[in-house]
Design a protein around this ligand. Structure first.
Ligand code: AP5
Length: 221
């Protein structure tokens, strides 16, 4: 596969967007860009955008469109030395979709596929309450499904593992409501564009990866 492949991953919190996007980025030799990670890094670096975004992240609400679109467009199209990418978590409401589509039309660009990861709500809680993330390199683990070799320590860099601040039951509930109300219509828009691929995201990480790559190979052939 060439480095011009452009894929976005959408779906509810905990569907496995970040996990699968990282694997797909390696598979297609393109950068993996996570909207959530880019925003958390702005917060960590205490940039102006990060200071404005923080309360939204803390409450599980969508960060205002002008902050997100600016960060994502820069990273997707203006900074990368590759022409392709795997993006997870963007666009996440109709306004973001319109802004992205307008930008791409103006610049004669297009997406190859929007992969919609589908999982039942009860699985979201199980995946997110057990998630642990490395403080140093951001690698993702799960107490039950992807445990680190040494408890509390990252397999990749030895950094300390922590729970994400927004992985409490209360904030997960809020994020699920935001997904239902704001993000679901985005899938319908990609469907109308003829680039939506729904993939069942139950099953283990490798099984889901296999389902996604099989679907993509049919679509991108
Ligand atoms: P973001 O970081 O994108 O969070 P999210 O969408 O809620 O998704 P998650 O990262 O929680 O889940 P995921 O689907 O990536 O699952 P993962 O692979 O980690 O966004 C956070 C916040 O940033 C938002 O609430 C919002 O405030 C803001 N934001 C982000 N994008 C925005 C935008 N576009 N506009 C405005 N605001 C925005 O997997 C979860 C766990 O399950 C892991 O532990 C993993 O190891 C495990 N796992 C994964 N797959 C499997 C599997 N198949 N089987 C077993 N375990 C699995």
């Amino acid at each position: 596969m060439d480095s011009e492949t452009r894929i976005v991953l959408i779906g509810p919190p905990g569907a496995g967007k970040g996990t699968q996007a990282k694997k797909l980025g390696d598979y297609y030799s393109v950068p993996h860009l996570s909207a959530g990670e880019l925003l958390r890094s702005e917060v960590e670096n205490e940039t102006e955008a990060g200071k404005r975004a923080k309360p939204y992240l803390d409450q599980g609400q969508l960060v205002p469109v002008e902050i997100v679109v600016d960060i994502m467009v820069k990273n997707m199209f203006e900074r990368s030395e590759h022409n392709g990418f795997v993006v997870d978590g963007f666009p996440r409401n109709p306004e973001q979709y319109e802004r992205l589509t307008d930008y791409m039309e103006e610049n004669n660009l297009s997406l190859d596929c929007a992969v919609d990861l589908v999982i039942p709500e009860e699985m979201v809680y199980r995946r997110l309450t057990g998630r642990r993330v490395c403080r140093e390199c951001g690698a993702n683990f799960h107490l039950e499904f992807r445990p680190p070799e040494q408890e509390g320590q990252c397999d990749d860099c030895g950094g300390e593992l922590k729970q994400r601040d927004d992985d409490t039951r209360e904030t997960i509930q809020e994020r699920l409501e935001v997904f239902q109300n704001e993000s679901k219509p985005v899938a319908r828009k990609f469907e109308r564009d003829g680039i939506l691929a729904k993939v069942d995201a139950t099953g283990d990480i490798d099984e889901v990866f296999e389902k996604i790559t099989t679907t993509l190979e049919e679509r991108l052939a």
